[in-house]
Every structure is written in structure tokens, then in C-alpha cells.
Design a protein around this ligand. Structure first.
Ligand code: ZN
Ligand code: ZN
Length: 269
């Protein structure tokens, strides 16, 4: 069986998690995952809620999982949800633990999470698909340029993750080429990885970011990618990894990256 690494997994420790951490590890192992990293949510004032993590419990559960599955690399990470107004508090949270991996994430766009589809797409005056895409990419760009310490950038294209039924399609490079170039160049120059998120692969036939973005990133010289299922349930770990791996190889990527102790490791595709 091919060996995989899944760098974006949630458990009940995240406010929206739906599985025990140990069950996520077991399910990953069954899917051929050798290296996995939990990325529990830290997000402040997102949709009126604070996504915080019980750190002592997190460390304890990770230790227990490592003991139960000594043949696997089990990382402890955080998905750090950034926004201008909450950045300092998120950074403060992220410094509490000794982390293996910091995944920078942007859910809040002009103080609304696109997951709240009606609020984001219907209730904002003058909102169009185009303006949604541009506002989102600008927000991601600001996070990339201003958040101080992280390893990989999560799900670029998240803005259209929940709108398959509206026919907006994926975020494409032409939606905001200048800002996307700034983001990709920053990653390349600073040795940070771009996440390939497979949470909607079954609906879109491509990961987030989609093929046009990955193509441009590669064209500019981008090599570092992490693969993540963003699974909140046991049946979603490593979802569509074989298909995503094939796409990545076709696009010219040679390996995926994972982080332990904030250090990079590579696994050939
Ligand atoms: Zn996310
Ligand atoms: Zn996530």
C-alpha cells in the first residue's frame, strides 16, 4: 500500500470536530497514512464563537495516541484562523504549546465566514461571485504578509468550498492573479508550503486550491506542498488522496512535505 501523510485533521478538541482523536489515528492508519498531524482550530470571534483548544487534554491525547500507535508519526499542530482584529490573540494561543506544525488559515473575510453562505453571498450589498473571490484573496494575502510564524497555508480557495450548488465553481487564478502571485511568491521566497486540501475533491474533482492555482504556483517555482484532508470525521481522513496525488504528479510536483517539530520532511509522490 502507498504511504500517505495527512496534515490537516480535526478531533473533538476542535469546536466543530466529530471524532475522538484516537479514532482519527486508527482510521488514518487503515487508509495507509503513516504520518499525520492534528490541526485543531484556533479562531477567535468567528461567527460569534471562539474556537479554542483544551491544551492539556490535547497533549495528553497525543501522547496516548503515540503510545498506542508507535509505528506512526503523530504530530500536534494548530490551524490558526487569522483576521486583522484577532491576530494578536491567536498568536498568543499558538505560543502556548510546543507544536510540530502551524497551519495558517483564513476563514474570516470582512468579518464573515464564507461557510455562512447566505450571510456572505446574499446579505453583503453589491456582492457578486467576482467580488467574493477578490475580497477573499485579498484577506488571504494580508494574513500571509502579516501573520508572523507559520509553516503552511491552508485551503486557498476556501471562499467557494460551500457553494457547489450555486455553480460558482472553484477559485481560479484569473479571479485575482496579482494577489495570488504575491501569495505564491511569498511562500516560495520564505520556504513555506502550500496546502492541497482534499475536503471537497469529491464534489469539484480537484483539491482546494484547484488546478489553475497549483499550476501557477508550480510555474513560479513552488515545490513545497502539504496534503490535508481537513477531516472532522473518521470516514473523511485521507479522502481522495490517490486521485489528488495523481493530479499533483501531472502538474509536476515530486514530493509532499510534512512537519515534525517544525522541521520539514519530504515524502516522494
Ligand atoms: Zn479551515
Ligand atoms: Zn480545518
Amino acid at each position: 500500500m502507498k504511504e500517505y501523510c495527512d496534515n490537516h485533521i480535526h478531533s473533538f478538541l476542535s469546536l466543530d470536530g466529530c471524532a475522538l482523536l484516537i479514532d482519527q489515528v486508527r482510521a488514518s492508519r487503515e487508509k495507509g497514512v503513516k504520518h499525520l498531524c492534528f490541526t485543531e482550530h484556533i479562531d477567535i470571534e468567528l461567527g460569534g464563537q471562539n474556537f479554542l483548544v483544551d491544551f492539556p487534554s490535547y497533549e495528553k491525547q497525543i501522547m496516548e495516541a503515540r503510545e498506542a500507535f508507535p509505528d506512526m508519526d503523530i504530530g500536534i499542530g494548530l490551524e490558526l484562523g487569522d483576521s486583522k482584529d484577532t491576530r494578536d490573540r491567536v498568536i498568543e494561543q499558538s505560543n502556548v504549546l510546543n507544536l510540530d506544525f502551524k497551519l495558517l488559515s483564513r476563514h474570516s473575510v470582512r468579518n464573515i465566514d464564507p461557510a455562512w453562505v447566505e450571510d456572505f453571498f446574499d446579505k453583503v450589498p453589491g456582492r457578486t461571485r467576482d467580488s467574493a473571490a477578490k475580497d477573499y484573496v485579498l484577506a488571504v494575502m494580508n494574513s500571509v504578509l502579516r501573520f508572523p510564524d507559520w509553516d503552511a497555508l491552508a485551503h486557498v480557495g476556501y471562499v467557494f468550498k460551500f457553494t457547489k450548488d450555486r455553480g460558482y465553481g472553484s477559485l481560479i487564478y484569473e479571479d485575482s492573479p496579482d494577489e495570488l502571485d504575491i501569495i505564491f511568491r511569498f511562500l516560495i521566497e520564505h520556504g513555506k508550503a502550500l496546502e492541497v486540501n482534499t475536503s471537497r475533491f469529491d464534489e469539484y474533482g480537484e483539491p482546494i486550491p484547484g488546478v489553475s492555482l497549483l499550476k501557477r504556483y508550480r510555474e513560479l517555482g513552488g515545490e513545497l506542498i502539504t496534503l490535508g484532508s481537513d477531516s472532522h470525521r473518521t470516514d473523511r481522513v485521507a479522502q481522495n488522496f490517490p486521485e489528488a496525488t495523481e493530479q499533483l504528479k501531472e502538474l509536476g510536483f515530486r514530493y509532499v512535505t510534512y512537519f515534525m517539530n517544525r522541521k520539514m520532511n519530504h515524502l516522494t509522490l
